[in-house]
Design a protein around this ligand. Structure first.
Ligand SMILES: C[S@@+](CC[C@H](N)C(=O)[O-])C[C@H]1O[C@@H](n2cnc3c(N)ncnc32)[C@H](O)[C@@H]1O
Length: 269
């Protein structure tokens, strides 16, 4: 097993992280090296890791160095420590399969495989908080745009939204969502779909944890958009740009939450 680490300048670290997550969607270990430098690391077998030229391109001018090393037995322990459960009050736990269940109203198990979304990332957490604020699903339909591991769709099904449709352009995400939905006994229809090209199915609510760029592109697509939107994956500096793009489609921002440089928005039409 190899640990592949990229060190970048702190000032640009969040922007680089957004790029790195495209290459390592299951997430990256974050290590504070010093006041100036942050390290992001991913673990895997040689053929499974991102390519070095792609990593260098993602880090761009923020790159300090890339380092690889063989890791021994502590790999499994580190991987497990890295995937911590997420708990939101008494309402929701999202946990990897090896963590015991907690006493919350909803308990969702997500196997951290090849797709993004174990619940621990700030963008997923913010999205989940805004979803919980929508109250019981009460049979309202929901579409999860860019479903990754399926965490948002599975939580939505648990909250009583129905039908729930999960969409992603990555085959690995579609497979992971179908498997995680099965593990949780959640009723979720999963389809391969590209936000830039395919109209989204109509729904009462859409949740989308993708980056600002794809969200702005989505706002400009001709298809119907749900009357209630929860948008995440937005660097705080780009949140106004996203709000403006959706204002042109008749949406008003009703809430904005921020966590560690990231913002999530609730919009209604
Ligand atoms: C940041 S992850 C979010 C995963 C999960 N929904 C969560 O909240 O943890 C973004 C997901 O959007 C998908 N995605 C990005 N661009 C897309 C596009 N143009 N069409 C469909 N899916 C896209 C990626 O494959 C990835 O699974």
């Amino acid at each position: 097993m190899i640990r592949l680490a990229v060190r970048v300048r702190r000032a640009e670290a969040e922007l680089v992280l957004a790029e790195l997550l495209e290459l390592a969607p299951a997430g990256l270990e974050e290590v504070e090296v010093d006041a100036e430098t942050v390290e992001y690391a991913v673990y895997g077998a040689p053929g499974e890791l991102p390519q070095l030229p792609d990593l260098r391109a993602a880090a761009g001018s923020a790159l300090v160095e890339v380092a690889t090393r063989e890791v021994g037995e502590d790999w499994a322990r580190r991987w497990r420590e890295f995937h911590r459960p997420l708990q939101i009050a008494e309402r929701l736990t999202v946990r990897p399969p090896w963590e015991p269940a907690r006493d919350t109203a909803l308990d969702v198990v997500i196997d951290p495989g090849q797709a993004f979304g174990t619940g621990a990332h700030p963008t997923t957490r913010l999205c989940l908080e805004l979803m919980l604020d929508l109250g019981a699903g009460a049979g309202r339909s929901l579409v999860d745009v860019g479903c990754g591991s399926g965490v948002l769709a599975i939580v939505a099904a648990g909250l009583g939204f129905a039908p729930v449709v999960a969409l992603d352009y990555e085959a690995a995400a579609v497979r992971a969502t179908a498997e995680n939905a099965r593990l949780n006994g959640a009723s979720v229809a999963v389809r391969r779909w590209d936000l830039r090209a395919d109209p989204a199915p109509e729904a009462d609510v859409a949740v989308a944890n993708v980056l600002a760029g794809p969200l702005v592109a989505w706002a400009a697509t001709p298809g119907p958009l749900a009357p209630t939107l929860i948008l995440s994956g937005i660097l705080s500096a780009e949140a106004d740009r996203v709000t403006s793009a959706f204002a042109r489609r008749g949406y008003a921002e009703t809430e904005r939450r921020e966590l560690a440089e990231w913002s999530a928005l609730a919009l209604v039409r």
